[in-house]
Design a protein around this ligand. Sequence first.
Ligand code: PMP
Length: 389
Amino acid sequence: MPKISAKWRDFGTSIFSIMTQKAIASGAVNLAQGFPDFDGPTVIKDAAIAAIKAGRNQYAPAPGVPELRQLLAQRKAEQSQRTYDWHSEVTIFSGASEAIFCALQALFDPGDEILAFEPYFDSYPAAAHSSGARIVGIPLDPPSFTFTRSSLEQAVTKRTRALLLNSPHNPTGRAFNQVELEILRDFVLAHDLLVITDEVYEELVYSPAKHQSIADLPDMAERSIVISSTAKTFSFTGWKVGYAFAPKELTAALRAVHQFTVFCSATPLQYGMIAALELGPEYFSELRQDYRLRRDLLLTELRASGFRAEAPEGTYFIVADYSDLSTVDDLKFASQLTEQHKVAAIPISVFYTDQQLAARRYRYVRFAFCKNQATIAEAGSRLRRIREP
Ligand code: PMP
Protein backbone atom coordinates (compact mmCIF):
# COMPACT_ATOMS: atom_id res chain seq x y z
CA MET A 1 0.00 0.00 0.00
CA PRO A 2 1.68 3.29 -1.01
CA LYS A 3 2.02 5.72 1.86
CA ILE A 4 1.82 9.40 1.08
CA SER A 5 3.64 11.87 3.30
CA ALA A 6 1.21 13.55 5.69
CA LYS A 7 3.00 16.78 4.90
CA TRP A 8 1.95 16.85 1.25
CA ARG A 9 -1.45 15.18 1.48
CA ASP A 10 -3.35 18.47 1.36
CA PHE A 11 -1.59 19.69 -1.78
CA GLY A 12 -3.32 18.32 -4.85
CA THR A 13 -2.96 19.33 -8.47
CA SER A 14 -2.48 23.08 -8.95
CA ILE A 15 -5.44 25.11 -10.20
CA PHE A 16 -3.42 26.07 -13.28
CA SER A 17 -3.06 22.46 -14.39
CA ILE A 18 -6.71 21.74 -13.56
CA MET A 19 -8.03 24.68 -15.57
CA THR A 20 -5.68 23.97 -18.48
CA GLN A 21 -6.90 20.36 -18.59
CA LYS A 22 -10.51 21.58 -18.48
CA ALA A 23 -9.79 24.10 -21.23
CA ILE A 24 -8.37 21.36 -23.47
CA ALA A 25 -11.25 18.99 -22.70
CA SER A 26 -13.87 21.69 -23.44
CA GLY A 27 -12.19 23.24 -26.45
CA ALA A 28 -11.98 26.52 -24.52
CA VAL A 29 -9.66 29.44 -25.21
CA ASN A 30 -7.17 29.16 -22.37
CA LEU A 31 -6.90 32.52 -20.62
CA ALA A 32 -6.42 30.62 -17.36
CA GLN A 33 -2.76 29.65 -17.24
CA GLY A 34 -0.23 32.44 -17.67
CA PHE A 35 1.83 31.21 -20.58
CA PRO A 36 2.23 33.08 -23.88
CA ASP A 37 0.78 31.42 -26.97
CA PHE A 38 3.72 32.87 -28.92
CA ASP A 39 7.47 32.30 -28.77
CA GLY A 40 10.15 34.66 -27.54
CA PRO A 41 12.91 36.05 -29.81
CA THR A 42 14.50 33.71 -32.36
CA VAL A 43 18.00 34.86 -31.38
CA ILE A 44 17.45 33.32 -27.93
CA LYS A 45 16.28 30.02 -29.39
CA ASP A 46 19.25 29.98 -31.77
CA ALA A 47 21.67 30.59 -28.90
CA ALA A 48 20.26 27.64 -26.93
CA ILE A 49 20.36 25.39 -30.00
CA ALA A 50 23.93 26.48 -30.73
CA ALA A 51 24.87 25.69 -27.11
CA ILE A 52 23.42 22.18 -27.46
CA LYS A 53 25.27 21.65 -30.74
CA ALA A 54 28.50 22.99 -29.25
CA GLY A 55 28.31 20.33 -26.55
CA ARG A 56 27.29 22.52 -23.62
CA ASN A 57 25.19 19.68 -22.34
CA GLN A 58 26.70 18.71 -19.02
CA TYR A 59 26.11 20.12 -15.55
CA ALA A 60 26.66 23.84 -15.25
CA PRO A 61 28.30 25.16 -12.07
CA ALA A 62 25.59 24.86 -9.40
CA PRO A 63 25.17 28.64 -8.96
CA GLY A 64 24.81 29.09 -12.73
CA VAL A 65 26.82 29.74 -15.90
CA PRO A 66 29.28 32.54 -15.00
CA GLU A 67 28.58 34.71 -18.10
CA LEU A 68 24.87 34.69 -17.35
CA ARG A 69 25.44 35.69 -13.74
CA GLN A 70 27.81 38.43 -14.87
CA LEU A 71 25.23 39.84 -17.28
CA LEU A 72 22.50 39.72 -14.67
CA ALA A 73 24.72 41.52 -12.15
CA GLN A 74 25.59 44.13 -14.76
CA ARG A 75 21.94 44.74 -15.67
CA LYS A 76 20.95 44.97 -12.01
CA ALA A 77 23.72 47.51 -11.40
CA GLU A 78 22.24 49.72 -14.14
CA GLN A 79 18.81 49.63 -12.47
CA SER A 80 19.45 49.58 -8.78
CA GLN A 81 21.43 51.24 -5.98
CA ARG A 82 22.97 48.02 -4.67
CA THR A 83 25.52 46.25 -6.83
CA TYR A 84 25.69 42.48 -6.50
CA ASP A 85 28.87 40.46 -6.82
CA TRP A 86 28.08 37.94 -9.59
CA HIS A 87 30.33 35.38 -7.98
CA SER A 88 28.84 35.24 -4.51
CA GLU A 89 25.50 37.10 -4.71
CA VAL A 90 23.79 36.03 -7.95
CA THR A 91 22.37 32.52 -8.43
CA ILE A 92 20.52 30.85 -11.30
CA PHE A 93 17.57 28.64 -10.36
CA SER A 94 15.19 26.41 -12.30
CA GLY A 95 12.61 29.16 -12.45
CA ALA A 96 11.58 31.68 -9.84
CA SER A 97 9.56 28.82 -8.34
CA GLU A 98 12.70 26.95 -7.38
CA ALA A 99 14.27 30.13 -6.01
CA ILE A 100 11.21 30.73 -3.82
CA PHE A 101 11.23 27.13 -2.68
CA CYS A 102 14.93 27.23 -1.81
CA ALA A 103 14.55 30.57 -0.01
CA LEU A 104 11.76 29.29 2.19
CA GLN A 105 13.60 26.03 2.88
CA ALA A 106 16.83 27.82 3.65
CA LEU A 107 15.51 30.54 5.92
CA PHE A 108 12.62 29.17 7.94
CA ASP A 109 11.91 26.64 10.63
CA PRO A 110 8.76 24.90 11.82
CA GLY A 111 6.38 27.40 13.39
CA ASP A 112 7.76 30.44 11.58
CA GLU A 113 5.28 32.78 9.93
CA ILE A 114 5.76 34.56 6.62
CA LEU A 115 3.50 37.44 5.66
CA ALA A 116 2.18 37.69 2.11
CA PHE A 117 -0.56 39.70 0.52
CA GLU A 118 -3.54 37.62 -0.45
CA PRO A 119 -4.61 36.72 -3.06
CA TYR A 120 -1.13 35.19 -3.52
CA PHE A 121 0.66 32.95 -6.02
CA ASP A 122 -0.24 29.39 -5.10
CA SER A 123 3.30 28.07 -4.75
CA TYR A 124 3.90 30.22 -1.64
CA PRO A 125 1.94 28.17 0.90
CA ALA A 126 3.33 24.91 -0.50
CA ALA A 127 6.92 26.16 -0.32
CA ALA A 128 6.38 27.50 3.21
CA HIS A 129 4.69 24.31 4.33
CA SER A 130 7.57 22.11 3.26
CA SER A 131 9.85 23.99 5.65
CA GLY A 132 7.26 23.74 8.45
CA ALA A 133 6.51 27.46 8.23
CA ARG A 134 3.24 29.00 7.14
CA ILE A 135 2.03 31.92 5.09
CA VAL A 136 -0.10 34.45 6.96
CA GLY A 137 -2.26 36.35 4.47
CA ILE A 138 -2.78 40.09 4.56
CA PRO A 139 -5.83 40.96 2.48
CA LEU A 140 -5.58 43.27 -0.49
CA ASP A 141 -9.17 44.33 -0.67
CA PRO A 142 -10.84 44.90 -4.02
CA PRO A 143 -11.36 46.97 -6.02
CA SER A 144 -8.22 49.02 -5.16
CA PHE A 145 -6.18 46.05 -3.89
CA THR A 146 -4.16 48.11 -1.47
CA PHE A 147 -3.38 47.82 2.26
CA THR A 148 -2.82 49.90 5.37
CA ARG A 149 -0.11 49.84 8.03
CA SER A 150 -2.71 48.62 10.50
CA SER A 151 -3.60 45.63 8.29
CA LEU A 152 0.09 44.72 8.37
CA GLU A 153 0.35 45.16 12.15
CA GLN A 154 -2.69 42.98 12.75
CA ALA A 155 -0.98 40.05 11.05
CA VAL A 156 2.24 40.16 13.12
CA THR A 157 2.95 37.69 15.91
CA LYS A 158 6.08 36.66 17.84
CA ARG A 159 6.67 34.09 15.12
CA THR A 160 6.65 36.46 12.16
CA ARG A 161 9.99 36.23 10.37
CA ALA A 162 9.55 37.66 6.90
CA LEU A 163 7.55 39.49 4.30
CA LEU A 164 7.14 37.67 1.01
CA LEU A 165 6.23 40.44 -1.39
CA ASN A 166 5.18 40.06 -5.00
CA SER A 167 5.25 43.23 -7.08
CA PRO A 168 4.03 43.52 -9.81
CA HIS A 169 1.43 41.32 -8.20
CA ASN A 170 -0.17 38.16 -9.51
CA PRO A 171 -3.19 38.05 -9.75
CA THR A 172 -4.29 41.66 -9.08
CA GLY A 173 -1.85 43.39 -11.45
CA ARG A 174 -0.85 45.90 -8.78
CA ALA A 175 2.64 47.44 -9.05
CA PHE A 176 3.09 48.78 -5.54
CA ASN A 177 4.01 52.47 -5.52
CA GLN A 178 6.59 54.44 -3.58
CA VAL A 179 4.19 55.32 -0.75
CA GLU A 180 3.12 51.69 -0.30
CA LEU A 181 6.72 50.47 -0.45
CA GLU A 182 7.77 53.02 2.18
CA ILE A 183 5.02 51.74 4.49
CA LEU A 184 6.30 48.21 3.93
CA ARG A 185 9.88 49.29 4.55
CA ASP A 186 9.06 50.98 7.87
CA PHE A 187 7.06 47.96 8.90
CA VAL A 188 9.83 45.50 7.98
CA LEU A 189 12.42 47.52 9.90
CA ALA A 190 10.15 47.95 12.93
CA HIS A 191 9.74 44.17 13.20
CA ASP A 192 13.20 43.20 11.99
CA LEU A 193 11.87 41.00 9.17
CA LEU A 194 13.56 39.44 6.18
CA VAL A 195 12.17 40.31 2.75
CA ILE A 196 11.71 37.92 -0.12
CA THR A 197 10.65 39.93 -3.13
CA ASP A 198 9.22 38.11 -6.13
CA GLU A 199 9.60 40.42 -9.12
CA VAL A 200 9.00 38.04 -12.02
CA TYR A 201 6.77 40.60 -13.78
CA GLU A 202 9.24 43.48 -13.34
CA GLU A 203 9.43 44.19 -17.08
CA LEU A 204 5.65 44.11 -17.55
CA VAL A 205 4.62 47.42 -16.01
CA TYR A 206 2.58 49.95 -17.96
CA SER A 207 3.27 53.68 -17.70
CA PRO A 208 2.48 55.81 -15.77
CA ALA A 209 3.02 52.94 -13.28
CA LYS A 210 6.68 52.02 -12.65
CA HIS A 211 8.34 48.96 -11.25
CA GLN A 212 10.12 49.67 -8.01
CA SER A 213 11.90 47.07 -5.97
CA ILE A 214 11.51 47.27 -2.21
CA ALA A 215 15.16 46.16 -2.05
CA ASP A 216 16.16 49.54 -3.48
CA LEU A 217 14.81 51.47 -0.51
CA PRO A 218 17.36 52.42 2.15
CA ASP A 219 18.47 49.57 4.45
CA MET A 220 16.46 46.99 2.54
CA ALA A 221 18.99 45.25 0.27
CA GLU A 222 20.93 43.68 3.15
CA ARG A 223 17.82 41.89 4.38
CA SER A 224 16.29 41.07 0.98
CA ILE A 225 16.32 38.23 -1.49
CA VAL A 226 15.30 39.58 -4.90
CA ILE A 227 13.85 36.88 -7.13
CA SER A 228 13.03 37.14 -10.81
CA SER A 229 12.79 35.01 -13.90
CA THR A 230 13.43 35.05 -17.61
CA ALA A 231 10.08 33.29 -18.15
CA LYS A 232 7.77 36.28 -18.57
CA THR A 233 10.39 38.79 -19.75
CA PHE A 234 11.46 36.71 -22.73
CA SER A 235 8.30 34.63 -23.30
CA PHE A 236 9.90 31.26 -22.58
CA THR A 237 7.97 30.05 -19.55
CA GLY A 238 8.89 26.44 -20.29
CA TRP A 239 12.61 27.02 -20.01
CA LYS A 240 12.45 27.66 -16.27
CA VAL A 241 15.49 29.89 -15.93
CA GLY A 242 15.07 32.06 -12.84
CA TYR A 243 17.53 33.89 -10.62
CA ALA A 244 18.04 35.56 -7.28
CA PHE A 245 20.14 38.44 -5.98
CA ALA A 246 20.95 38.38 -2.28
CA PRO A 247 23.76 39.40 0.07
CA LYS A 248 26.51 36.83 0.35
CA GLU A 249 25.35 35.13 3.55
CA LEU A 250 21.77 34.75 2.33
CA THR A 251 23.00 33.57 -1.08
CA ALA A 252 25.11 30.87 0.59
CA ALA A 253 21.99 29.61 2.39
CA LEU A 254 19.96 29.54 -0.84
CA ARG A 255 22.71 27.70 -2.67
CA ALA A 256 22.95 25.09 0.07
CA VAL A 257 19.37 24.06 -0.71
CA HIS A 258 19.64 24.57 -4.48
CA GLN A 259 22.61 22.19 -4.82
CA PHE A 260 20.54 19.35 -3.35
CA THR A 261 17.28 20.28 -5.11
CA VAL A 262 18.26 20.41 -8.79
CA PHE A 263 22.02 21.08 -8.43
CA CYS A 264 21.95 23.27 -11.53
CA SER A 265 19.47 24.71 -13.98
CA ALA A 266 19.53 23.34 -17.59
CA THR A 267 22.90 24.34 -19.09
CA PRO A 268 22.04 25.12 -22.75
CA LEU A 269 19.01 27.17 -21.71
CA GLN A 270 21.24 29.30 -19.51
CA TYR A 271 23.38 29.94 -22.60
CA GLY A 272 20.22 30.88 -24.50
CA MET A 273 19.45 33.44 -21.82
CA ILE A 274 22.87 35.04 -22.25
CA ALA A 275 21.64 36.05 -25.73
CA ALA A 276 18.42 37.34 -24.14
CA LEU A 277 20.32 39.66 -21.82
CA GLU A 278 22.30 41.01 -24.75
CA LEU A 279 19.10 42.35 -26.34
CA GLY A 280 18.93 46.14 -26.40
CA PRO A 281 16.47 48.42 -24.58
CA GLU A 282 14.17 48.47 -27.63
CA TYR A 283 13.29 44.81 -26.93
CA PHE A 284 11.89 45.74 -23.54
CA SER A 285 9.95 48.78 -24.74
CA GLU A 286 8.42 46.77 -27.58
CA LEU A 287 7.48 44.01 -25.14
CA ARG A 288 5.64 46.52 -22.96
CA GLN A 289 3.96 48.15 -25.95
CA ASP A 290 2.70 44.81 -27.25
CA TYR A 291 1.45 43.85 -23.83
CA ARG A 292 -0.29 47.18 -23.38
CA LEU A 293 -2.24 46.56 -26.61
CA ARG A 294 -3.19 43.07 -25.44
CA ARG A 295 -4.20 44.41 -22.04
CA ASP A 296 -6.38 47.12 -23.52
CA LEU A 297 -7.98 44.70 -25.96
CA LEU A 298 -8.88 42.22 -23.22
CA LEU A 299 -10.16 45.02 -21.00
CA THR A 300 -12.44 46.29 -23.78
CA GLU A 301 -13.75 42.78 -24.43
CA LEU A 302 -14.37 42.08 -20.75
CA ARG A 303 -16.23 45.33 -20.20
CA ALA A 304 -18.29 44.83 -23.35
CA SER A 305 -19.24 41.38 -22.03
CA GLY A 306 -20.54 42.68 -18.70
CA PHE A 307 -17.49 42.23 -16.44
CA ARG A 308 -16.24 45.06 -14.26
CA ALA A 309 -12.48 45.45 -14.51
CA GLU A 310 -9.72 48.02 -14.13
CA ALA A 311 -6.55 48.24 -16.21
CA PRO A 312 -3.79 46.48 -14.25
CA GLU A 313 -0.60 48.48 -13.62
CA GLY A 314 1.55 45.46 -14.32
CA THR A 315 1.70 41.70 -15.05
CA TYR A 316 -0.31 40.01 -17.79
CA PHE A 317 -3.44 39.41 -15.75
CA ILE A 318 -6.77 41.13 -15.30
CA VAL A 319 -9.00 40.26 -12.36
CA ALA A 320 -12.58 40.82 -13.43
CA ASP A 321 -15.67 41.18 -11.28
CA TYR A 322 -18.49 39.06 -12.70
CA SER A 323 -21.17 39.99 -10.18
CA ASP A 324 -23.30 41.66 -12.87
CA LEU A 325 -23.31 38.38 -14.80
CA SER A 326 -23.82 35.69 -12.19
CA THR A 327 -24.38 35.06 -8.49
CA VAL A 328 -22.62 31.66 -8.28
CA ASP A 329 -19.27 31.33 -6.50
CA ASP A 330 -16.07 31.78 -8.46
CA LEU A 331 -15.23 28.05 -8.72
CA LYS A 332 -18.59 27.37 -10.28
CA PHE A 333 -18.43 30.46 -12.47
CA ALA A 334 -14.97 29.52 -13.78
CA SER A 335 -16.23 26.01 -14.60
CA GLN A 336 -19.30 27.34 -16.39
CA LEU A 337 -17.19 29.84 -18.26
CA THR A 338 -14.89 27.06 -19.47
CA GLU A 339 -17.45 24.39 -20.21
CA GLN A 340 -20.38 26.44 -21.53
CA HIS A 341 -18.80 29.60 -22.89
CA LYS A 342 -15.46 28.05 -23.88
CA VAL A 343 -13.15 30.55 -22.22
CA ALA A 344 -11.00 29.36 -19.31
CA ALA A 345 -10.14 31.66 -16.39
CA ILE A 346 -8.89 31.13 -12.83
CA PRO A 347 -11.19 31.55 -9.82
CA ILE A 348 -9.34 33.83 -7.41
CA SER A 349 -10.53 32.24 -4.16
CA VAL A 350 -7.84 29.59 -4.69
CA PHE A 351 -5.24 32.28 -3.98
CA TYR A 352 -6.43 32.75 -0.37
CA THR A 353 -5.61 30.95 2.86
CA ASP A 354 -9.30 30.60 3.72
CA GLN A 355 -10.55 29.61 0.30
CA GLN A 356 -14.12 28.98 1.41
CA LEU A 357 -14.44 32.39 2.98
CA ALA A 358 -12.94 34.01 -0.11
CA ALA A 359 -15.35 32.08 -2.35
CA ARG A 360 -18.26 33.46 -0.32
CA ARG A 361 -16.89 36.98 -0.27
CA TYR A 362 -15.47 37.64 -3.74
CA ARG A 363 -16.83 37.43 -7.27
CA TYR A 364 -13.63 37.64 -9.30
CA VAL A 365 -11.90 35.54 -11.91
CA ARG A 366 -8.44 36.07 -13.39
CA PHE A 367 -7.85 36.27 -17.13
CA ALA A 368 -4.36 36.12 -18.69
CA PHE A 369 -3.61 38.34 -21.68
CA CYS A 370 -0.22 36.87 -22.62
CA LYS A 371 -1.88 35.75 -25.83
CA ASN A 372 -1.96 36.75 -29.49
CA GLN A 373 -4.48 39.47 -30.24
CA ALA A 374 -6.44 36.96 -32.34
CA THR A 375 -6.73 34.65 -29.30
CA ILE A 376 -7.96 37.52 -27.12
CA ALA A 377 -10.41 38.64 -29.80
CA GLU A 378 -11.77 35.09 -30.10
CA ALA A 379 -12.17 34.87 -26.31
CA GLY A 380 -13.92 38.26 -26.46
CA SER A 381 -16.47 37.16 -29.02
CA ARG A 382 -17.26 34.10 -26.89
CA LEU A 383 -17.54 36.17 -23.70
CA ARG A 384 -19.93 38.62 -25.34
CA ARG A 385 -22.36 35.73 -25.79
CA ILE A 386 -22.64 35.13 -22.01
CA ARG A 387 -25.44 37.66 -21.79
CA GLU A 388 -27.34 36.22 -24.74
CA PRO A 389 -30.52 34.43 -23.62
N1 PMP B 1 6.00 34.09 -9.00
C1 PMP B 1 4.86 34.51 -9.57
C2 PMP B 1 4.10 35.61 -8.93
C3 PMP B 1 4.40 33.91 -10.75
O1 PMP B 1 3.24 34.33 -11.29
C4 PMP B 1 5.15 32.87 -11.33
C5 PMP B 1 4.73 32.19 -12.61
N2 PMP B 1 3.38 32.03 -12.79
C6 PMP B 1 6.32 32.46 -10.69
C7 PMP B 1 6.72 33.10 -9.54
C8 PMP B 1 7.12 31.32 -11.22
O2 PMP B 1 8.02 31.69 -12.17
P1 PMP B 1 8.90 30.58 -12.94
O3 PMP B 1 8.09 30.07 -14.08
O4 PMP B 1 10.13 31.29 -13.36
O5 PMP B 1 9.18 29.49 -11.96
